[in-house]
Design a protein around this ligand. Structure first.
Ligand code: PEP
Ligand code: MG
Length: 584
């Protein structure tokens, strides 16, 4: 068969080869309706019972697997679904409707459950409304069983495969098992989508923004995913496979060569010391951070503890997770970011209403300031973890100084509560604001007065500055870290931070690109936080350039008018200072 190569955006390095597991769109299936004769009604009902019992077994298997892998709390979401498939009332309603209407059972089942969903929507009862997603999941599963369709779930892959889909949300990505998902490739997505970030955290090679790879592959096709080059090769030829093996060896040799940098500081040739830290999403990544040679964590994205479950994580559970990170990295600091749900990170059981533009919606600190009940529990857990190692705290998506002032007041109240209760906790620690919204960048001088540091979130800052959704493959070409507007913002944030005597870091994906790091260094950035796997590469760059030279390049490129020429100039300089293997 003819080899076909697709080019997308490589977001998680590594090369994976295997059969395709095609994840279909979660379609809304409307079963056709046909009449059933009186004498066939009992058999029709039995057909439904068999599909239901099959669904029960599937959910139970999934429940057991999730409990084994990530613990019982994460499996609790499936308890609700088990209750739904065992509900006697639902079974009786289906039987009554079947014998009254005398239509095929898939149509009856679909109508009955749609009716329940309709009632739940209109109930105004939050608990019931939260069951909506579970009923929908069960409905799809039973309908699939009735029509003999294989359920598509990343947890139900039996042969190690390459997952291909139109899109995969971050919550689904977080459920992937490294042993079963060799790699994945999706039509949608951009460089800094959270799906891409999770793929990196799990070490799963991934390519996004392929536009139409789903249309070109069939289940079981052999594919090769190169998460560094950003290519997906369908039906790879023998020579292609040989080339990729050689490439893999070459990359490994380069990475091994950088391992010696582990205990060396991130200091420029002319002696400017940069704090190089790592971004994590799960406590399990601590070991990787330590091995990478990073000086602690510059961004711990805590929202993942809230995902893939039907309840909220308790204070105790959060405390244990945060403590494991803080303790594991001590004596280096951990910067814990308060949760950033919303945007592309949904959870079905929190009552977040439908929004036309979730990235411009009820997200992150905006959500936390309104749901103080949830925010306070998280802050208590974070502050308590701070008794076990050096802690810093930061707030995501600040757009007004008032949000910082409010959040700081809540932190003070939480401290007071903990003091009263006699619970050990951190008292004196730095608090920072993520600067990732243009309004915050423009008022950095005002916000600086209320915090101890800034961490620039360029993943969001670029999307809001350029008005380009970070997950949208159609406009991914406009997502430009080196755009003069983005660079002017970054420079302004660094300058205003320094003018107000606070340190300024960066934790967006932009800092994982050596060419962009050159510019960040030249602007005077104090801290850089990247995914653990990229730490050695960035340290190598820092140690091979001088701050003075980098500052001159910044001065030069700030006069340029296009993202392309700025990027080209920075790449040219970087190429001359560090001999990295070219992507072939
Ligand atoms: C960012 O926006 O750059 C950032 C680091 O936060 P997140 O990617 O989690 O939105
Ligand atoms: Mg962000």
């Amino acid at each position: 068969m003819q080899e076909i190569v697709f080019k997308g955006i490589g977001v998680s390095p590594g090369i994976a080869m295997g059969p395709v597991f095609l994840l279909p769109e979660p379609e809304e299936y409307h079963p056709p309706e046909w009449p059933v004769r009186d004498e066939e009604l009992e058999e029709e009902f039995s057909r439904f019972l068999r599909a239901l019992s099959e669904a029960k077994q599937q959910i139970q298997d999934l429940h057991d697997r999730v409990s084994r892998q990530v613990g019982g709390d994460h499996a609790a979401i499936l308890d609700v679904q088990l209750m739904i498939v065992s509900d006697e009332q639902i079974i009786e309603d289906i039987r009554n409707a079947l014998f009254a209407k005398k239509n095929n059972v898939e149509a009856i089942f679909h109508q009955t459950l749609s009716h329940y969903l309709h009632i739940l929507y209109g109930s105004g009862n939050q608990y019931l409304a939260e069951r909506h997603a579970d009923i929908k999941d069960v409905m799809t599963r039973v309908l699939n069983n009735l029509r003999g369709k294989k359920p598509a779930d990343v947890c139900e892959i039996s042969t190690p495969s390459v997952v291909i889909a139109r899109d995969i949300p971050p919550s689904e990505t977080a459920r992937m098992e490294r042993e079963k998902v060799l790699g994945f490739a999706i039509d949608a997505g951009g460089q800094s989508s959270h799906t891409a970030i999770i793929a990196k955290a799990l070490g799963i090679p991934a390519v996004v923004g392929l536009h139409q790879v789903t249309a070109a592959v069939r289940e079981g096709d052999l594919v090769l995913v190169d998460g560094q080059q950003g290519t997906v090769t369908v039906h790879p030829a023998v020579e292609t496979l040989e080339r990729s093996r050689t490439e893999l060896r070459r990359r490994k040799a380069y990475a091994d060569g950088l391992a010696g940098l582990r205990s060396l500081p991130a200091t420029t040739r002319d002696g400017r010391r940069i704090t190089l830290s790592a971004n994590i999403e799960f406590p399990a990544e601590v070991q990787m951070v330590v091995e990478s040679g990073a000086e602690g964590v510059g961004l711990y994205r805590t929202e993942f503890i809230y995902m893939n479950r039907s309840d909220l994580p308790s204070e105790e559970e959060q405390f244990e997770a945060y403590k494991a990170v803080v303790e594991g990295l001590s004596p280096h600091p951990t910067i814990i970011r308060t949760m950033d749900l919303g945007g592309d990170k949904f959870i079905s059981h929190l009552d977040i209403p439908f929004e036309f533009n979730p990235f411009l919606g009820w997200r992150a600190i905006r959500f936390c300031l309104e749901r103080r009940d949830i925010f306070e529990v998280q802050l208590r857990a974070i502050l308590r973890a701070g008794a076990h190692g050096p802690l810093k705290l930061m707030y995501p998506l600040i757009s007004c100084v008032s949000e910082v002032i409010q959040a700081n007041a809540i932190v003070e109240e939480v401290k007071q509560q903990l003091r009263k209760e006699g619970l050990p906790h951190a008292e004196d620690f730095e608090i920072g604001a993520m600067i990732e919204v243009p309004s915050a960048a423009m008022t950095a001088d005002i916000i600086a007065k209320e915090v101890d540091f800034f961490s620039i979130g360029t993943n969001d800052l670029i999307q809001y500055t350029m008005a380009v959704e970070r997950v949208n493959d159609k406009i991914a070409h406009l997502y430009q870290p080196s755009h003069p507007a983005v660079l002017r913002f970054v420079k302004r944030i660094v300058d205003e931070g320094h003018r107000n005597n606070i340190w300024v870091g960066i934790c967006g994906e932009m800092a994982a690109d050596p060419a962009m790091v050159l510019l960040l260094l030249g602007m005077g950035i104090d801290e850089i936080s990247v995914n653990p796997a990229t730490v050695p590469r960035i340290k190598n760059l820092i140690r091979n350039v001088s701050y003075e030279d980098a500052a001159k390049i910044v001065e030069e490129v700030m006069e340029h008018t296009s993202a392309q020429t700025i990027e080209a100039r920075a790449r040219e300089v970087v190429k001359n200072v560090i001999a990295e293997p070219e992507v072939v």
